[in-house]
Design a protein around this ligand. Structure first.
Ligand code: FMN
Length: 399
């Protein structure tokens, strides 16, 4: 199941130079399962062509109010009613001012009044426009009415200056949109700690032993927890993906560093999920100088790392929940069940690795969710965000 499956998203695009980035955003939303209605303001029409958006979304772009009287399914009321989310990206100072005042003088501003769907603004503008007391007051009014905001980011602006005002990065907008459409705050007040990514175990100052973990599973879990209202901490190895914004993140390299980081803060959390692909072994004595190429064979002596999730489960206080992951090439269920029992976990996710259905580094996984006293639950070719949602649903049912 894709993150925006069965969701209708209205993407309102305003007259900011960042409007061209809305094409990428529309495309990513559609790729992630959304039906996307794009609306261009009159100013935005100078900056992006409807045809590009139509090709990307497969849906006619809305540009005017009145021609739509003969096309009721694109009228402001119809779109306002079917939208699960109204995303205004980029949002100009002008649309924020109009929305704060309830002005309805074009299709987009009228639809923002007519909808009861969540509204997410991604502002983009010159720093002085953004920090102007009028804009800040408008944002405050809209926030108080329940609108969400993502960004702006800092950096180089199209007007040639550096500062606050850049449209937030597209992955951050997508995360915020995902949170806005999934409104169940059933983990609010809970604190969730997630380990993520691979470990790098040094061989010498420039080389390491690693694994193929991307950190996508840990990221999906962090985003799901955030969306459901939890406070989220993440201890991550060198992953390919960044943690979602809003997560308190600690970066580590080795399994020893991860062990120390997790054990030192685990008491602060209600739920601890070990999604990291922790290195089982480390080099016994890493070289301090770079190993030189030579004709001789090199033998690396490995010794086992400490088992992080077993230590966490062993030290957990009453009421704390601990979830582990088992990545196995063979005897998947048998080994996962053994780990669940032996480590006294509340839940374990068994992932097959190796071969075609390898979960490590992939966007999908064939997985089993195992809970003591329950039959294993099989999830076939599930996206990592679907798997993350299932894990939190099952955690909720444990309480
Ligand atoms: C090239 C260009 C770039 C602009 N970029 C921005 C911008 O990034 N943010 C902003 O608030 N206004 C920007 N403006 C000004 C808006 O287009 C103007 O305020 C307009 O009235 C906004 O209308 P709309 O909110 O209906 O799209 C820009 C104008 C031009 C000509």
């Amino acid at each position: 199941m894709l993150p925006f499956a069965e969701k209708n998203v209205l993407l309102g695009i305003c007259g900011s130079i960042a409007a061209y980035k809305a094409c990428e955003l529309a495309s990513r939303l559609r790729e992630q399962g959304a039906r996307v209605d794009c609306a261009l303001t009159a100013s935005a029409r100078h900056l992006v062509q409807p045809a590009a958006l139509e090709a990307l979304t497969g849906t006619p772009v809305i540009t005017d109010m009145f021609p739509l009287v003969t096309c009721p399914e694109q009228g402001h009321i119809a779109v306002a009613q079917r939208a699960h989310l109204c995303l205004v990206a980029p949002a100009t100072a002008n649309i924020l001012a109009k929305a704060a005042c309830g002005i309805a003088d074009d299709w987009l501003s009228t639809t923002l009044l007519a909808t009861r769907a969540p509204i997410l603004y991604a502002p983009a503008m010159n720093t002085n426009m953004y920090t102007h007391p009028a804009t800040q007051a408008n944002i405050e009014i809209l926030r108080k009415r329940g609108a969400a905001f993502i960004g702006p980011a800092s950096g180089r602006l199209a007007c040639g200056t550096e500062g606050l005002g850049r449209l937030a990065d597209i992955p951050d907008i997508l995360d915020a949109a995902f949170c806005a459409v999934h409104q169940d705050k059933d983990f609010s007040g809970k604190r969730v700690l997630i380990t993520s990514g691979p470990n790098h175990e040094p061989i010498d100052p420039v080389r390491f032993i690693g694994n193929r973990s991307s950190g996508k599973m840990g990221r999906a879990l962090a985003l799901e927890a955030l969306c459901r209202g939890a406070e989220v901490g993440m201890i991550t190895g060198p992953a390919q993906v960044n943690p979602p914004s809003g997560v308190k993140t600690t970066q580590v390299n080795t399994a020893d560093e991860m062990y120390d980081a997790v054990l030192s803060c685990m008491n602060e959390y209600d739920i601890i999920i070990g999604a990291a692909a922790v290195a089982d072994f480390k080099i016994e004595r890493p070289e301090t100088g770079k190993i030189k190429r030579g004709e001789d064979r090199i033998v690396l002596h490995l010794k086992p790392n400490r088992d992080i999730i077993a230590a966490v489960a062993g030290a957990k206080r009453p009421g704390q929940r601990v979830v582990g992951f088992a990545a196995e090439t063979d005897d998947l269920l048998l080994r996962a069940e053994h780990k669940l029992r032996q480590k006294r976990l509340d839940m374990i996710i068994a992932n097959r690795v190796g071969g075609e259905a390898c979960a490590i580094g992939a966007d999908h996984a064939d997985a089993y969710v195992l809970i003591p006293g329950q039959d294993p639950e099989k999830l076939e070719y599930a996206t990592k965000s679907h798997l993350a949602r299932t894990i939190f649903d099952r955690l909720l049912a444990l309480d």
